[in-house]
Ligand binder design. Structure first.
Ligand code: FAD
Length: 414
C-alpha cells in the first residue's frame, strides 16, 4: 500500500487550495488528492446560471487541469478514515497511508429527505440550483412561466451558501417583471427557519426588499413532500406542526444537507457528524495530524467558498509549521465568511461578516448594505477569476489585508 506525507480528501476549493500549496512545498508525489469526480464545479456561479446570467459551461473545468502537477490524483472515493493507523480506505478496497490528513469532502445533499423530490427534479417546473443537472433547468422554467404560484424554499438544515435560496427568489421575481407576468404571479418564499438571513445587519435590509417587491415570506415552513402529478408541495409548520398544501406552477427547492456519512463511520466527527476540529486552528480535536476545512468541517461559520479562503490560510500555516517541525504560534481563524446577496440582475448586497460573532467584516470603506452594481460586477466577473487562478492554486487566502488597509476610511458599523 502507498503512503504519502499529506493526503487530501476532496478536490473542491477546500482540498485544492491546500494541496496546491503543500505539494509545491514538499515536491513531487508527496501529496495525494483523493477525488472521484472528473470535473470541478465553481458552484457559486450556479445562482447566475439559474438566473440566466451565466452559462453552465463557465462553472465547470476538468479536475485534472486543477490538481497541482506535483500532487498525485487518486481518482476514487474514501469510504473510511482509519485514524488510529493513519490510513484511509478507498472504494476499491485499497488503503493509502498518511502522515497528515486534510479532510475537505464537502457537504452531502440529502435529496431523499423530501418525499417525491428526486423523481420530480428537473421536470414540470420542479428545479433546484443545488445540482449540476437541475440548475440547467431553472432559467428555462423561469422563462416558460406563465403566471400562478412560484414557490421558493429554504430547508430546515443549514445548506451550503445560506444566501443562495434567497438570491434565486429575487432573481426570479425580477425576471417575472421583465417578462410581463409579474401581475399574474404569487412569489412565495417558504422558509423553514425564523428569518431571511442569520445576520440581522444584512437581514433587515433583505426583508424590507422582499416586502417592497411583494415576495410573500412564510417562516417555519418546511418542505416535506412534492406531489408532482398534482403539482402540490406539502409544507409542515415547525412551530404549530400543521401541514399545509401549496399548489405550484414552478418550485425552486433548496434541499436539506448534512455531513458525508463516512465521517461519522470513521469516528472523526462531532455529535452532528462534521469533522470535529478546533474552530480557531482547524486541527482535529482528537487526532493532531488531521485537519479539516470547508463544508464538511465543524467550523461553526456559514458554509461558503468565501469562508474557505480564510480557513485555508490558517490551515496551511498550521500544517506547514508541523511539516517543517517548527513550533510557532498557531494561526487562528476568525469565522470570516461572505455572502454576495444577489437581489437583481445588476444588484448585489455584499455581506461580509464573522460567522462566529455575527459582526460585519467588510472589505470596502462604504456601507456594504447598499445595493451595488459594482459589487455585482465584482462577484460575477472578478471573483470567479480569483477563484480559478488564485484560490485553487493556493495563492488567495481572503481579503483580510485589504480590509485592514481600508480600515481607517471606514465608519463604524451600526
Ligand atoms: P465541495 O466544493 O463540495 O468539494 C468537495 C469535493 O469532495 C467534491 O469534489 C467531491 O466530489 C469530493 N468528495 C466528496 N466525498 C468524497 C469522498 N468520500 N472521497 C473523496 N472525495 C470526496 N459559496 C460562496 O462563497 N459564495 C456563493 O455565492 C456561493 N453560492 C452558492 C450557490 C449554490 C447554488 C451552491 C450549491 C453553493 C454556493 N456556494 C457559495 C457554496 C460553495 O460552493 C461551497 O461552500 C464550496 O464549494 C465548499 O467547498 P468544499 O471544498 O468544502 O466542498
Amino acid at each position: 500500500d502507498k503512503a504519502y506525507k499529506v493526503v487530501v480528501i476532496g478536490g473542491g476549493p477546500g482540498g485544492l487550495s491546500v494541496s496546491s500549496t503543500v505539494s509545491k512545498l514538499l515536491g513531487q508525489s508527496q501529496v495525494a488528492v483523493i477525488e472521484p469526480s472528473k470535473v470541478h464545479y465553481y458552484q457559486p456561479l450556479w445562482t447566475y446560471v439559474g438566473g440566466g446570467l451565466k452559462s453552465f459551461s463557465e462553472s465547470e473545468r476538468p479536475m485534472g487541469e486543477l490538481i497541482s502537477p506535483q500532487a498525485d490524483w487518486i481518482q476514487d472515493k474514501v469510504t473510511k478514515v482509519n485514524a488510529e493507523e493513519n490510513t484511509v480506505t478507498l472504494a476499491d478496497g485499497k488503503r493509502i497511508g498518511y502522515d497528515y490528513l486534510v479532510v475537505a469532502a464537502g457537504i452531502q445533499v440529502n435529496w431523499d429527505n423530501i418525499k417525491g423530490l428526486k423523481n420530480a427534479l428537473g421536470k414540470n417546473g420542479v428545479t433546484s440550483n443545488y445540482s449540476a443537472d437541475s440548475v440547467q433547468k431553472t432559467w428555462q422554467f423561469i422563462q416558460d412561466f406563465k403566471g400562478g404560484n412560484a414557490i421558493f424554499t429554504f430547508p430546515a438544515t443549514p445548506p451550503k451558501c445560506p444566501g443562495a435560496p434567497t438570491k434565486i427568489t429575487f432573481l426570479a421575481e425580477e425576471a417575472f417583471r421583465n417578462l410581463g407576468v409579474r401581475d399574474k404571479t404569487n412569489v412565495i418564499y417558504n422558509h423553514a427557519g425564523a428569518k431571511i438571513f442569520g445576520v440581522d445587519h444584512y437581514g433587515k435590509v433583505l426583508q424590507r426588499l422582499a416586502d417592497e417587491r411583494g415576495i410573500q415570506t412564510n417562516y417555519f415552513h418546511e418542505l416535506i413532500e412534492i406531489k408532482a402529478d398534482d403539482k402540490e408541495a406539502i409544507f409542515r409548520n415547525n412551530q404549530t406542526k400543521d401541514v399545509k398544501t401549496f399548489n405550484y406552477d414552478m418550485i425552486h427547492v433548496a434541499p436539506p444537507c448534512g455531513p458525508p456519512a463516512f465521517i461519522k463511520e470513521s469516528n472523526i466527527g462531532d455529535a452532528a457528524g462534521w469533522v470535529d476540529v478546533n474552530k480557531e486552528t482547524t486541527r482535529h480535536n482528537k487526532y493532531s495530524n488531521i485537519f479539516a476545512l470547508g463544508d464538511c468541517s465543524s467550523l461553526p461559520t456559514s458554509k461558503t467558498a468565501a469562508a474557505i479562503t480564510a480557513e485555508s490560510g490558517v490551515l496551511k500555516h498550521n500544517l506547514i509549521a508541523d511539516l517543517e517541525g517548527k513550533t510557532v504560534e498557531p494561526a487562528k481563524y476568525d469565522g470570516y465568511t461572505s455572502c454576495p446577496l444577489i437581489v437583481g440582475r445588476k444588484q448585489l448586497i455584499l455581506a461580509e461578516f464573522s460567522g462566529y460573532t455575527g459582526t460585519p467584516m467588510e472589505t470596502f470603506p462604504v456601507d456594504q448594505r447598499q445595493i451595488s452594481s459594482t459589487a455585482q460586477f465584482l462577484n460575477k466577473e472578478v471573483i470567479p477569476e480569483i477563484y480559478w487562478r488564485e484560490l485553487l492554486a493556493g495563492r488567495w487566502t481572503g481579503p483580510s489585508k485589504y480590509r485592514e488597509a481600508m480600515a481607517p476610511f471606514r465608519g463604524k458599523y451600526d
